[in-house]
Design a protein around this ligand. Sequence first.
Ligand SMILES: CC(C)(COP(=O)(O)OP(=O)(O)OC[C@H]1O[C@@H](n2cnc3c(N)ncnc32)[C@H](O)[C@@H]1OP(=O)(O)O)[C@@H](O)C(=O)NCCC(=O)NCCS
Length: 389
Amino acid sequence: MQYRPITADEVKDFARLMRLAFGDPAAMTEHYTDLLGIEGYRGLFDGDRMVASIGFFDDAHHFAGGAVSTWGVTAVGVDPGTRGRGLSGILLDNSIKEAAAAGPAMLTLYASAPAVYRKIGFERAGKFIAYKGRTAQMASSGSPTGSFRAVDPMAPETRAQLIELHKRWLPLTSGPFERRDTVWTCLLQPYDKHTDVFVWHDDDDAPGAYAILHHTPGKFEVADYCVPTGEAASAMLGFLGGFRAIYSDVTWRGALVDPLIMAMNDRWWETAQHEHWFSRIVDVRKALAQRGYAKGVGGRVALSVEDPVLAQNNGTFGVEVANGTASVETDGDPDGALYLTVQSLVPLFTGLVSASRLAAMGRLDGPREAIDTADLLFTGPTPWMEEQF
Ligand SMILES: CC(C)(COP(=O)(O)OP(=O)(O)OC[C@H]1O[C@@H](n2cnc3c(N)ncnc32)[C@H](O)[C@@H]1OP(=O)(O)O)[C@@H](O)C(=O)NCCC(=O)NCCS
């Protein structure tokens, strides 16, 4: 079995695997490989036959203002004729080692079969939530301040403006991708959906929010939005309410505490989808050093980590937090440390699960004072992400 990059000549075989794995039309796989390139895809080959695939794209999760270099993982599929023989394990083992050598601190994916990923160190890391609201009631909650202007989704200046607005949102939240080109391209040029982009300008004519709309007949979806202020949230509700003559409902992706929900006057919204994304830390030292920490907290904790796949992740990491950043020493003193696996470190690291809760679950062990310190250092808003891939 050989693990290697998929070449341009092999896109058709890869598309066949994606059709068998997810039902994706070949045209869809070709749309994305044309747009994004084939360089990020790997295959597992039995001779010259592709029997499994995986894809990577480069990005960075934001936690408390720090960007943690991450590869998003997509396109995991095993040929139906060779399933149940451990190929996904071989594929992921190779991928984790490739990532560890290449430089990101972690990997993130959505898991249709969590067992496959959990056994190799992935764990639930944050939330993906899709909300559904009634456009008529949004209209009554919103206020029509400023103006929404349609802009060309394909224009470079549109992308630059969206990036700028999205950057204002990142420090207010925890989990979302910084967004390199891949994510923007997929949002602005999706397969088989019409895309409209509107930028909101406040009463002083300054751009302050945006909405990327994907609509197909009968379905109205905000693929992405950004409302960094209360005024922008209220304007966005009014804007979405303007679609009520045709669309009774709209869906959007949001945080556990979502600014549109917070701005609504009624309770007629619902959760349309709620699941977790999973992450695998491939470089513990780098991950701990790259994430941000709440500015008002400080302290020191030692984490004794066990990783059965990556030798360099084993050991005691001394984490000293001050002024929103951490210095991390390897070869820390294990005396008084918290003991946990690299898998259990994931939800502590992202802030999804506290050290106290992990200890109660039997997934972390150590002295009470160290647990209390870790509770404080890794605290933050519940991690979430807009992207699903
Ligand atoms: C999910 C998938 C990748 C698993 O590949 P595979 O090579 O058949 O899996 P493996 O043989 O390596 O199995 C690894 C382990 O996961 C378990 N597993 C495999 N498929 C599973 C599933 N669908 N649900 C739950 N557990 C599963 C196996 O029982 C095995 O556990 P064990 O070692 O304790 O026996 C494959 O079924 C597939 O391509 N499915 C369709 C596409 C898909 O769902 N991709 C994943 C997207 S995130």
